[in-house]
Write a protein that binds this ligand. Sequence first.
Ligand code: WT7
Length: 661
Amino acid sequence: MATISEQDLEAQLAELSTQERFAPPSEFREHALLSDPKVYEEANADWQGWWATQAASLRWFEPWQTVLDDTNPPFYKWFVGGKLNVSDNCLDRHVEAGNGARVAFHWRGEEGETRDVTYEDLLRDTQRMANGLKSLGIGKGDVVGIYLPMIPEVAVAMLACARIGAVHNVVFGGFSAESVRERMEFSEARALITVDGAARKGRVAPVKANVDAVMSDLASLEHIIVVRSKGTECEMRDGRDIWYHDLVVDADTECPPEPMDAEDPLFVLYTSGSTAKPKGILHTTGGYLTGAATTHRYVFDLKPESDVYWCSADVGWITGHSYIIYGPLANGATSIMYEGAPDYPHKGIWWEIAAHYKATIFYTAPTAIRACMKWGAEHVLAHDLSSLRLLGTVGEPINPKAWLWYHKVVGSERCPIVDTWWQTETGAMMITPLPGITETKPGSATQPFPGISAKVVDERTGEPIENGQGLLVLDRPWPSMLRTLYRDDDRFVETYWKQYGPRTYLVGDAARVDKDGYFWVIGRIDDVVNVSGHRLSTAEVESAIVAHESVSEAAVIGQHDEDTGQAICAFVTLQGSTEGTEALIEGIRNTVAERIGKFARPKRIIWADDLPKTRSGKIMRRLLRDIAEGRALGDVTTLRDPTVMAALQDKIAAERADDEG
Ligand code: WT7
């Protein structure tokens, strides 16, 4: 295979200018599902009609009477009166059309294990699992937690819930058991589906044992279903725990899909907000599936007969829900599912897998691209990636250098890149190129998807800005929008619809719009930090830190980080002493890992005698951000005690001098 020296690569990357626009290659455009820009005008002229057309490509048991009920904003309803089932759309439909033998997932384990799961397999296993759940008394409207690694059973578990109308609540495997407990408690989950152990770069994490350690006193949780995956020893509590294989062994392979109302809940997914309490984002059935399937088809230009699609996210995030499970399966796609890390057993494993299965579409996060850049192009170039035809990114703004590297090294300058902006709340992509139409600019998510309306507005007046910076809003409802925060309508209205009224969704991101109408998302305006595309609230991390016995107070900020986008930086005041030891740093980091998960551990801890506060006692994180980034301080007139800042500044300056010396 061709190899390329670092210098050559640098030189070639320098030639590719970030100012350049990248038009869809004509070869791509010729075969694209959408190649006529008129689609935007048509969708905008009759956006409800456009979404109705998209929804009509799903299978409905009963048609809807009203496309959109917007009489009680912000509580919008889509496809009112329609009935369908998500698992029927993702499975039965394809099997009945004669595509049952098509592979849904080429699964690959960390140690090279493989399993090919066809649509037929998935349908059979989903029905058995659905009957298994029913046999435990789980039914429509019950919440079922799912805490599983990237194994095919996670798809089965989600689809089985969808089949019987149970509401799943998936928790990312990187979250600690403590976080799982909290999410099960908030949602009053009746059952939890988990695993004996999960692969962690050659070791096995004892997932079930970790769950047992925290879940014993949770009364609402009646059942724990355990998938045997790694053969890890685990205790099974009588009357509560059951093996997945025992649950399904005698289960009937037929379980007719429950006809669900378009507005029946499909899932709740907890995500971080401005306070320590995560928000339960609630998505419903008809609109969500319409959004996920439509965007997956058009943004990835999906040809189910020939494409091999790979989204490297984890199912525990919305990206996994919409673009590993529901979008791809609704579209009858063949996907790759990988349970493992990108650098184990070696740093080229992703590309080895992509080459092996002849992946055609690859979707990942900027932070992963930056990691690959750091490891070196040779790990990519050692594999034949000529099957790739389209690349995507999601999760955070992509810096132009990483964009160009992705374009050049992974895509051989042949593959369009779709930089897709969206959120847990939006359910599906909102601002994104269409690969056969849009000229891309590195670092911009470009333009709203057909039917979507986005604006950048002046923070104070809410007036749209034509060419400049402000707050990003979505000023038209869309089918896959969140319907509420689980059992917390007030917080839903407060968080998203208070600022500019119930018809303007406040995204929570700052953005810039340029003279061509391209959107450049800058980052969060609230106390949400984005670490490697993982969303964390500063308040959540603070409350984990203060759980440590030696800590009296903590303030957390997101600091710019070359690898992870942002990194957690914590200002910590100790009880008694003012300076902590290395051991204490480790202790605090461990506490955060236990409470939230390893990915939330602070990268930097700064001991502080006191924290800058307003006269009413609110911590001024804005000033802490200034200090941490080494910037001049912003407005300090509201500070209660200005000497606090002076002391902290001295400290940071000393730390810097230490680092440099
Ligand atoms: C936040 C949402 C959507 C799945 C992954 C994250 C940031 C997301 C982009 C992008 C710039 C992006 C935003 C957003 N974000 N995609 N392409 N360009 N920023 O979902 O955890 O709900 O986080 O991620 O700040 O608000 P999430």
